[in-house]
Ligand binder design. Structure first.
Ligand code: CAA
Length: 242
């Protein structure tokens, strides 16, 4: 059944690409936001039928303009998935100030920028689905990730506050906390460190991007109308947050 427009930030690679594919399979038109990788963006468009838009999600004005452009070109935005994220790992005593700011701005400030750009029209429409892709490391903390853990934990508070503000307007706001998922991001980790992480996962494997995408499709659906302000963990049992 045809549905409206969904925006997926970081939607042309990794977990975001699978979210793009899954939402398209469910009937949405998807605007897949990318930042730098033109080749991946073109491949995503060709393979999935999504429309790729180049945007720095850390840039407030650019997010406002992108939301206007997407609405004009594709239609009303019903779903926003804040998935774009980067890592710049390092222990606190070695972390450059710029690596703190880059991770906070790209992973957390981006949620404000994108939500601020779409929330007014969702409120007027009386419907919306906002899904924030946080992380297990925002729940439990991670050695070498004070910046990333802070940003991802920040997304959880952000989700709950915006859920409260939006509930009466038919808009749900939820977070998903993936564990270690097989993507380029985890592939760039030191193999010994990654092997150590996998030993801590009770199901004894990394997650698949599709396993996160399927949760997104459910949260976006009418069936999930009573779920808001929630944090859904999908980490193979590595961290059983209540
Ligand atoms: N717990 C306790 N001690 C640890 C540790 C850990 N997890 N990791 C390293 N150490 C210890 C080391 O044994 C070492 O101790 P000694 O000096 O006594 O030998 C000390 O800390 C310094 O370790 P390194 O030499 O490895 O330090 P480094 O500065 O070279 O590297 C690091 C630090 C880059 C942060 C590295 O530890 C690392 O890559 N950690 C993994 C971070 C991680 O999990 N990132 C996830 C990326 S994927 C993602 O984020 C997606 C998602 O949402 C899940």
């Amino acid at each position: 059944m045809p549905k409206g427009v969904a925006i997926v930030t970081g939607g042309t690679r990794g977990i975001g690409l699978e979210i793009t594919k899954a939402l398209i399979a469910d009937g949405y038109q998807v605007a897949a936001i990318y930042h730098g990788n033109e080749e991946a963006a073109q491949k995503c468009e060709a393979d999935t039928g999504a429309k790729a838009y180049k945007l720095d999600v850390a840039d407030f004005e650019a997010c406002q303009k992108a939301a206007e452009t997407i609405t004009t070109e594709m239609g009303e935005i019903e779903v926003l998935v804040n998935n774009a994220g980067i890592t710049k790992d390092g222990m606190m005593h070695k972390m450059a100030e710029e690596n703190w700011h880059a991770v906070i701005e790209t992973n957390l400030t981006s949620c404000f920028n994108m939500c601020r750009a779409v929330i007014g029209r969702m409120r007027t429409a009386g419907f919306g689905r906002i899904i924030n892709i946080s992380s297990i490391n925002g729940q439990k903390g991670q050695f070498g990730q004070t910046n990333y853990s802070a940003a991802k934990a920040g997304m959880l508070g952000f989700t709950k506050a915006l859920a409260l503000e939006s509930a009466a307007k038919g808009i749900t706001v939820n977070a998903i906390c993936p564990g270690y998922i097989a993507t380029e991001m985890t592939a760039s980790m030191n193999q010994d460190v990654l092997d150590g992480v996998i030993r801590q996962i009770p199901v004894a494997r990394m997650g698949k991007p599709e396993e996160i995408a399927d949760i997104c499709v459910f949260l976006a659906s009418e069936k999930a109308a009573f779920i808001t302000g929630s944090t859904i963990t999908a980490n193979g049992g590595q961290y059983m947050a209540s």
